[in-house]
Design a protein around this ligand. Sequence first.
Ligand SMILES: Cc1ncc(COP(=O)(O)O)c(C=O)c1O
Length: 410
Amino acid sequence: MSAQPLWWQRDDLTFVDGELNLAGSPLGHLAEGMGTPTFFYSAARVRAKLEQIHAALGSTGLAYRIFYAMKANRFAPLLTFLRGTGLCGIDACSPQELHHALSCGFSAGDVSYTATAMSETDLDILARHPETLINCDSLSSIRRLGQRCPGREIGLRINPGKGVSYGNNQLLQYSGGRTTKFGIYREQFADALAMAKQYDLKVVRIHFHVGIGYLPPQLPLWEQVVEECLWFIDQVPGLRSVNMGGGLGLPHVLTDRPLDLEQWAGIIRRHFGPRGLEVCVEPGDFVVKDSGVLILRVNSVEKRRETIYVGVDGGFNLAVEPFFYQLPCEPVPVRITGPVAEVYAAEALETVSIAGNINEALDVWAHDVALPPLAEGDLLAFINIGGYASAMSSNHCMRGQFNERLLFPA
Ligand SMILES: Cc1ncc(COP(=O)(O)O)c(C=O)c1O
């Protein structure tokens, strides 16, 4: 009997007496009470991930700031908790996000704002928050912000023409390869600086965000991105800080290794240290993704030709990434009967495809995965789903209802 290793198990995410627990809470028991679909998030895990980034950036000896990218997960209790930790500010990308951050206790000066395709209304709202750190991503936004707020300090979001992403997945890259909508390219940078000068805007920051989910294999490429950014940085006299965006990844499958934050911090120290810049980072996924578990109910189990389909009560409208970006998402039975080694023994597993409840052909969570057998009425968990799931949910097929709960250790 060879047991499948449960690569994702941690002290705070594991089976206890046959039931999946997160942060010491039995998820089956809680989901029975709240109903499904329900997202659970561990506050302690979120804090621990932020502390890891603090430790890494602290080791560089540079001044630094962390802005949590709330687009990853804007659940109000989570944001309020984050505010209470004092460990981060907020990265916002719309006036609505800015206002939500303020309503959860952050001040306008705690917010770094980087958006694309800004409207006149967006700019009017930003003009009312002079303390908010704005990064302009286009000549148009520099001109229109300058008309409203001459003299303001700004950052410029640049496009280094190179990107990094989980598994080098092009769908997850924001620069590099094809021409993207994000940031100011080299060939327009002189015009951008001239435009800022024309409106007396003071460029104090360079911002870049080049892709999602980078892990150890991508770090050499990320270093090349950083080197490319130095070309921009070195042209701006009086620059105070560099914002490196988000994109820090985490393991999705057995073969992924966690991001080596020491190596990451080494790259930062090597390139930004000699320039004496404050370094800022705005991670979303790294902070929240592995704090989250989604619990669904198995509605149907049925064989169609050679495939056993397990139908659950939530689909791609609750978590688009596995469906649109092919990001793997691990299914886990909420309850098991017996020791993990036996339940996950190769011969005990059944190969199934897990389908959602949305009437679209792409609504299949996972194709041909080996799992302990599931029956109608069982609960099924998807782990590592705390980022870009509930936040990107839609009401397609009018199946947009779900619960969320932030868990604290007992
Ligand atoms: C400008 C910017 N900053 C930060 C982030 C957060 O990225 P991640 O959640 O991958 O860390 C994003 C994500 O799209 C972004 O567009």
